[in-house]
Design a protein around this ligand. Sequence first.
Ligand SMILES: [Zn+2]
Length: 151
Amino acid sequence: MDDVDIVARQLGRRPRAFRAVAVRCPFGRPAVTEQAPFDEDGRPFPTEFYVTCRHLVAALSRLEAEGGVERWTRAAAEDERLDRSLANADAEQRRLRPELEAGIGGSTRGGSLKCLHAHAAFALARPGYELGDRILAELPALWPDDCCTDL
Ligand SMILES: [Zn+2]
């Protein structure tokens, strides 16, 4: 089974705009993928790095359901250091994919972070993104035993 097959099982569908595996979990399974700026139908794909690990997706979704997007958007607005890390990461994303104007997860400067999955994925794929690292630090455990090896 190749990486695309495993990602398809993680997502429950064939991945769109798949480019490569960017991060693997300690069990060797894809955890974050690198995405092309446009999918096979020419539609923009706003997320450069995409979480595919089911456990990580679920943990981040729980954080979002508890108001995490609003809370971290506010934290970035109120904390100069976090705001700077966000600006740097947004700039890095534009350098990596100049085809699209938007920042991480399709966010715009001064607006909502939009999607915690996109920020967490960026932090895992491009170490040193402090805001994303702080979001990841709120999760109970990144990789449960055996993670996605049952797929
Ligand atoms: Zn996993």
